[in-house]
Write a protein that binds this ligand. Sequence first.
Ligand code: NAD
Length: 249
Amino acid sequence: MGKLDGLTAIVTGSGQGLGFAMAGALADAGARLVLVELREERLKSAAGTLRDKGIEVVAIAGDVRDRAVADDAVAQALDTFGRLDILINCAQWLAMPVPFIEQDKAHFANMLDSGLYGTVNFMQAAFPPLKERGGSVINMGSGAGTGGNLGQAAYGAAKEAIRGLTRTVAKEWGADGIRINVICPAAMSPSLIGWFEDKPDELAAALELNAMGRFAEGTDIGSLAVFLASPDCFITGQTLHCDGGQVMP
Ligand SMILES: NC(=O)c1ccc[n+]([C@@H]2O[C@H](COP(=O)([O-])OP(=O)(O)OC[C@H]3O[C@@H](n4cnc5c(N)ncnc54)[C@H](O)[C@@H]3O)[C@@H](O)[C@H]2O)c1
């Protein structure tokens, strides 16, 4: 019997990387899935891989910046599976490092709209069904926010805004049995591999400072997501760094 048997989860940004890894881990623990992803080809491939394993999946191509997409995802979760228990807000526009002084309003808007407002959209849309039985929301932060990182001012600001949102709403929704936490990963994903592709020295320097000598794998993030999503978890309002000891705030 899985820890999440009979539960339903929405996972945004689940076409690849950590969203896909967390979706797979939740499904292995028994959850039914609603995947939301901006890029249709990624969504198709991710949903196909999971369905080939016998997992029940609703796949929605859409942009988390649009509240109507969040409402549709919640409606489809209820229509198809009859309930919603878990929400993972993983979607985030990403960009290569740019000095803060060169980051214009459009750059900030892309970071905040996809990360912060995408998370807001899905949390607000999911609140009515989550409060029926209680549930778990997992948001994504970053060491770029908690520890700072060169060239990631807007990204770090968006991720720290998500952490502030998480702590505040965790207090508001605790009485409804809804727990909300943040995972700050440093974990292998296509985006992280792309980030370090032409920076081997930076990668070596980062790993030198890493207590475990490696970044997390998608499976490590998936295990943490299952733990936080489980009804027997009593943690809320917290940030968990899953990065091999990269950032120790
Ligand atoms: N990989 C890491 O080490 C790391 C470190 C710190 C934080 N994070 C955070 O973890 C999460 C996942 O990271 P990842 O490395 O797997 O990223 P990724 O880029 O590999 O995957 C993110 C997915 O989200 C989708 N997406 C982007 N904008 C979207 C939108 N507006 N609507 C719907 N989908 C959208 C992308 O198409 C992509 O498939 C992100 O929130 C990221 O900021 C990752």
